[in-house]
Design a protein around this ligand. Sequence first.
Ligand SMILES: C[S@@+](CC[C@H](N)C(=O)[O-])C[C@H]1O[C@@H](n2cnc3c(N)ncnc32)[C@H](O)[C@@H]1O
Length: 358
Amino acid sequence: MTATYTDRDSEQKRRRLPRVAVAEYGLRQLARMALYSQTSTSLRRAVGKERKQNRAELKPPPAGLVSRNLRALFREDLHNVAMGYYPMPRDNDGSLLAQVGRIRNFYADLPASNRRRQQEIHDEVLNDENREKRPRYYLQNFHYQTDGWMSDESARIYDIQVESLFGGSANLMRRQSLVPLAKFITGKDQRKLRLLDVACGTGRLIDAACAAFPRLDMQGLDLSEEYLHEARRQVGHRSNVRFLLAKGEALPFAESSLDCVTSTFLFHELPPKIRRAVAREIARVLKPGGIYVHMDSLQLGDISEFDDLLRGFPRFFHEPYHGSYIKEDLADLFSHAGLELRESTPIFISKRSVFEKI
Ligand SMILES: C[S@@+](CC[C@H](N)C(=O)[O-])C[C@H]1O[C@@H](n2cnc3c(N)ncnc32)[C@H](O)[C@@H]1O
C-alpha cells in the first residue's frame, strides 16, 4: 500500500509556494538524505550478519514501496507548508563543523554498539547507583547504544543514530505532529495555550514547534538529564520554552492544566504497564477538549507490506518493548485513560494518532 494522505479538507487555504523556495527545500532534503544514507549504510553493514540470518524468515517490503512512500511524505511536507501548518522546514542540524563532529562520534561508537549487538549485551547501565535514580525498565542500552539514555555522548549522537535508522526521515516524520496542533491552535491565542512534549529527548519536536508556533508556551520533559541538556542547546534560550526532568508516569502538572500534549517515539520504549500509566497521566493533565498527538512506530497491519520490517526491528536494535507495542490497540489503551481517538494516519514507517480528552 502506497501512503496517501487524506487531509485535503480545506484545499482553498492552500497557497502557491515560490519555486525557488521549493527548489531550496529539495536541495536541502536531498543533501540530508545523501548524508544519512551513508550513515545508514554503515549501520546496516554493522547489523549485516544478523540480517542475513533473518532474511529467509522476514520478507522485506516490495521493491520501490519504501521510496514511493518516502516521496509521498516529502510531497505532504510541502503540502503542509502550503497549507500554512508550519513554515518551510529548516531541520536545524547545526553548523557543518558541529555536524561533522557528531558524525565522527557516531562512527567512533559503532564498533562498541556492534559488539553489544553481537553479544546481546544490553544491561551496562544497570547498576546500584542508577537503580536509585531511574526505573528498572529504563536502565538498558536501548538500540545497543553506549550508556543507554544516560550520558552526554549518547545525547550527542542520538539524532545521527535515529536519522540513520530512518534514512534521514526522522525529523520529517516528527514534524507531521505539528499538523493537528496547527489545526487545534488556529483561531486561538497561542500565548494562552500550554503544550507539553513527553519524553522530548534532544528537543527536535519542540524545535520544529518553535518555528510553527513561536508564542506557544511549551515544556519538554524527559527522564534523561543529558538529553534535556542537548534539547536546551538545540532549542536555544526562549522565554516560552522550558525543559524539566521528570517521568511520564508521574507528570508534575495539575489536573486539566494543559491544552496539548505530544510524544514522539516514546511508547515503543515502555513496558505495557508503564504505557498505561503514562496514558493515564496524559489524560489527567489535559483539559477537556485538549488534544494529545501520539507519534510512534507503525503497527502490525497498518501497512501489511511493512509487517516483517517491524517484526525484524527489535532483533537488530535492542528494543525490548517494540514487539508488544506493534500489537497494542492504541484506541483501547487511551480510551481507558479517557482519551478518544480522532485520527490515525500512517506516516512513512511511523503513525500519527490524535486523541481528544473527553
Ligand atoms: C526514542 S527517544 C525519543 C525522543 C524524542 N521524543 C524524539 O522524537 O526523538 C525516547 C526518549 O524517552 C525518554 N524516556 C523513556 N522513558 C521515559 C519515561 N518514563 N519518562 C520520561 N521520559 C522517558 C528517554 O530518556 C528518551 O529521551
